[in-house]
Write a protein that binds this ligand. Structure first.
Ligand SMILES: [Zn+2]
Length: 263
């Protein structure tokens, strides 16, 4: 199950499978459509469009220009993020949200025309391969490299995860994500998601979403298997906040579960 992951991440998971599965359970409790893997190898279809798009205009947030459509399902998180930034004296400017397949087609074509195909593929997504089509990805501020050094850029880099927002394309992982570092592009993956990403996936969204994409069915069925008390059930009961009184799990359980995790 963990074999396609980098060794460091894999060994971290296998070192504490109970805690890991408990944290994964938190993610499985969230809406599955917030964790859909979208990248160059996993494009969305032409007609994929979220059903609950709303305009950010209605929520007294600062928009860069025009309109920024976003899924209604994530509005509470967006508002919470903006309020938290405000408390620190930062005004987040929302620049881009949902983009349709057709719109992305135009954006990509323009990039190819201006910079050539190779550059366009690193900087811009081909239609279907953009997280913006999900309606849960947001570009902030200037959408340029300068954003990283602005107060908003620094605040988001440090705190966005606390509100369930994850930097999709971090520096140094261009080969993994397929895109260059974008300090302005965040995707909402819930607080359970950002916690799992930080704790077990080296804070790399791509690794986590790929793992969930490949293993969701088996993780779900593991969760629903109730007749035998699995390590999952044990972990769920025993890894809640107060860990002091936590009994040790039967060693056979750990061994058995670690083996199945590595397959
Ligand atoms: Zn973006």
């Amino acid at each position: 199950m963990t074999e396609s992951l980098p060794e460091q991440i894999r060994s971290g998971i296998l070192a504490s499978p109970g805690d890991f599965l408990h944290m994964v359970a938190g993610v499985l409790d969230e809406r599955a459509d917030l964790f859909v893997l979208v990248d160059k190898s996993h494009p969305l279809t032409r007609d994929f469009e979220p059903e609950d798009l709303v305009s950010l205009k209605a929520y007294s947030l600062s928009l860069f220009w025009g309109d920024v459509p976003i899924r209604k399902a994530i509005i509470p998180a967006v508002v919470e993020l903006a309020r938290a930034a405000k408390k620190s004296g930062i005004t987040l400017v929302f620049s881009s949200g949902y983009r349709s397949f057709e719109y992305q087609k135009q954006v990509y074509a323009r990039e190819v025309k201006n910079y050539g195909q190779e550059m366009a593929d690193l900087e811009s997504a081909r239609p279907g391969a953009s997280q913006h089509q999900l309606g849960t990805a947001i570009d902030f501020g200037s959408i340029t490299d300068a954003f990283a050094q602005t107060p908003a850029g620094k605040w988001l880099a440090a705190h966005a995860w606390e509100y369930g927002f994850s930097l999709s394309y971090p520096r140094g992982f261009e080969k993994i994500t397929g895109y260059r570092y974008e300090s302005w592009h965040f995707r909402y993956i819930t607080k359970a998601g950002t916690l799992l990403q930080r704790t077990y996936f080296g804070d790399i969204q791509q690794y986590m979403l790929k793992f969930l994409n490949e293993n969701r069915a088996s993780l779900e069925s593991r969760r629903q298997r109730s007749p035998r008390r699995s390590l999952y059930n044990w972990a769920r009961k025993n890894t809640r906040p107060n860990r002091k009184s936590m009994p040790a799990p039967p060693i056979s359980m750990i061994l058995c579960r670690s083996e199945s995790l590595s397959s």
